[in-house]
Design a protein around this ligand. Sequence first.
Ligand SMILES: [Zn+2]
Length: 380
Amino acid sequence: MEDFCCSNCFNPKRDRFHAFIREFGFASDETCPYCKSNSGTKIDTDKLGIFIKMGIDRAYDDTKEEGENHLSLFDILNDRVILFEWENHREHDLTKKLFENIGDVDKKTYRLKLESEGDDEEQYRIWRNFEHDCKYYNRFFDLTPRGEGKANRRTDMLRKLYETCLKNLKEEIEPGTELYRARVIDSKFKRGRDYDLDEASIGPADKTNSQSGRMNPEGISYFYVAEDEATALKEGRLRANERVLIGRFKTIKELTVIDWTKANIYEKAVDIFSPKYNPEMAVYQDFLRRFAIEVGKPNETEKTIEYVATQLVAEYVRGYGFDGIKYDSAVGNGFDVVFFYGPEITPESGDYNVLPKYTEIAQLTDVREFKIKIEYFLEP
Ligand SMILES: [Zn+2]
């Protein structure tokens, strides 16, 4: 096997990595044995392997133990760093070749430095632990006196996350923006008796009907909408022959949201090939990414405990005065927004706190009913 690979073998977005190839590589019109192109800058695989290993060492410790967060060198490069160009189908062979002369590095497993045992304070900051504690240790963190044991670490972590990343994801949604909402109609329901083509039927559920969702606990009803009809329908996980209401809304004022769809801007700031790699940012980036994955999972109403961590993050964001959170739909091509606004209701008493009504921010402009004729096939 040849002792070189080329710049075209790798993800063109890894700027710092490509800068290294340009500096230490060589020009040649030989065909690259890995990606089969001949236009890339060639580089000696041993030399590149040493450079990659330096990057890995910035962020990961090697370990002899097995564990769920222990990754192989290939997993790190392929899944975390996303180093290989997708048309390079020989990424396994290339990984082997890159490290063949640096001891047994590709036989070890690795984990993020901040996940190492003994570093309890730092370890606490990651999503997995946050989620676990929200579910099984201490749900209502703002009710706990400060400084008592581990109780307020989540508060500290979220504040740092906000200061470091979240506040930079602020976005305005302009008045006049159209957004959609779908609702599956119970097969026993009759139009005119149980629902109608009206605001009450397509707006957020009132508190007695409010089920928990990825962003809202049971009893606190938020206004979930999607960028377009297709996304709203896919979010509904509809089946054939189900009847559905679809409502079109228009926002009536400027709304400030955290735009989680932009959370990947930090992926560039957590480049293990940069000497400025910052392990703390890497942890925040991981947190942002996992939150995005969690909110995209389908709702399973029997397992409401699965939503606790994302609900807490949403409520925390709401505490900063944001109107909502915008996030990528996991099933549709568009985005979704959850607005922290509730149903149109008459409060029982002026003494209670009530969520502001969604009618303060959006107007229903159209509502239609139809039946799903075909089975929906969701992309994996
Ligand atoms: Zn190549």
